[in-house]
Write a protein that binds this ligand. Structure first.
Ligand code: NAD
Ligand code: DAU
Length: 336
């Protein structure tokens, strides 16, 4: 089987490729990535030694290039995206170009090359926000109501993907996943930002009142969910993927990290200005993927956080320069 992975030099794509190569070593993997600030080709340098893995530099919004790389491919998994909400507030254009136009180019090429499956990686953010008071969770039936330029661009891409199923019969599947964390996550995102700040002797910045809720999932569990959908998911279907049974707000999460890193919560938290349009609460029901495909998360939050803290402690050279870039982005954002 020949698989095209887009955005494989990013956080989740890297974890997917490592997992897939380990479990299906006979498959041929093409990693097609533009290497934006978020991509790091060296994550997969070990695989470059095998003939089963090839890296191709390119943009998913470049139709000619996408056509070339899609030839002979059986399966496409589209991870490539601009993924950070704060950057979408600062510069929405790149989000439309990659997330919408890029997905369109991939769909056209997939149709022309008659791929047997096009799997699109999406997010629970397309559903908007739940209130803190409600016990509701997002599910496959929830109406789309995105609130940031990032989530609006992902929502548009999901609609396009499904339209290629309904209109042209392209065999597509979609997963709408909650917040991931784990190894290789760019330190602009909350969990690696907290860990790397603490390792550098800096405080954790908490947006607003810190009562915002996210549904945290260890990245390997997301990867396993995608594998389950590739193996047994039904074309035309979407699957919601989430990690937690009970709500955990940002303050509670920060305190859990402080506990693991043996730091006093009274000294290491700092409340900062809130994100514009900050969604209050995300919570995902993963009943469908559990019942239909037998998937469930393996890692508890405590286990996942411990593994993540230890990865960032042991891989400082991986994140040092990325950290500088991420923090200079935040400094510029604060000036606006
Ligand atoms: P990331 O930002 O870490 O990585 C994105 C990758 O895509 C990078 O390697 C980047 O170089 C590449 N890329 C960006 N623009 C490209 C383009 N035009 N052409 C080719 N490659 C391009 O993102 P991530 O956190 O790994 O997210 C991967 C996917 O999962 C995204 O679609 C995102 O929306 C979705 N998602 C992420 C989360 C999360 O918590 N991180 C949760 C749910 C869904
Ligand atoms: O829900 C899935 C989404 O999760 C993915 O689609 C996105 O690609 C991914 O970036 C993530 O989006 P969030 O905006 O939820 O993640 P982020 O890590 O940026 O923020 C998580 C929460 O922490 C959010 O409530 C904002 C807050 N936060 C974030 C940062 C960076 C802080 O309080 N302080 C911070 O410094």
């Amino acid at each position: 089987m020949k698989i095209l992975i887009t955005g494989g030099a990013g956080f989740i794509g890297t974890n997917f490729i490592l997992y897939h190569h380990q479990h299906f070593p006979q498959d041929q993997i093409i990693n097609f990535d533009k290497l934006t600030y978020a991509g790091d080709k060296s994550n997969l340098k070990e695989l470059e030694k095998t003939s089963r893995y090839h890296f191709v530099l390119g943009d998913i919004a470049d139709r000619k290039m996408v056509d070339r790389v899609m030839r002979g491919v059986d399966l496409v998994v589209n991870f490539a995206a601009e993924s950070h909400v704060d950057r979408s507030i600062a510069n929405p254009r790149a989000f439309l170009e990659t997330n919408v136009l890029g997905t369109y180019c991939l769909l056209e090429a997939a149709l022309e090359n008659k791929v047997s499956r096009f799997h699109h990686i999406s997010t629970d953010e397309v559903f908007g926000a739940l209130s803190l008071a409600s016990k509701n969770k997002f599910s496959e039936q929830t109406k789309y109501d995105p609130s940031s330029p990032y989530s609006a661009s992902k929502a548009a891409s999901d609609h396009l993907v499904l339209s290629y199923y309904h209109t042209f019969g392209l065999p597509v599947t979609i997963t709408n996943c909650s917040n991931n964390y784990g190894p290789y996550q760019y330190p602009e995102k909350f969990i690696p930002r907290m860990i790397t700040n603490l390792l550098l002797g800096q405080k954790i910045p908490i947006y607003g009142d810190g009562k915002h809720v996210r549904d945290w999932l260890y990245v390997e569990d997301h990867v396993r969910a995608v594998e389950a959908v590739l193996a047994h998911g039904k074309p035309g279907e979407t699957y919601c993927v989430g990690g937690l049974k009970k709500d955990v707000n940002n303050l509670t999460l920060a305190k859990a990290i402080l506990k693991i890193m043996k730091k006093d919560p009274d000294k290491w938290l700092e409340f900062v200005s809130d994100r514009a349009g900050h969604d209050r609460r995300y919570a995902v029901s993963w009943q469908k993927i559990n019942q239909d495909l037998g998937w469930e998360p393996k890692y508890s939050l405590e286990e996942g956080l411990r593994a993540t803290v230890s990865w960032y402690q042991n891989n400082q050279t991986w994140w040092q320069n990325k950290k500088k870039e991420a923090e200079s982005f935040y400094q510029e954002l604060a000036k606006k």
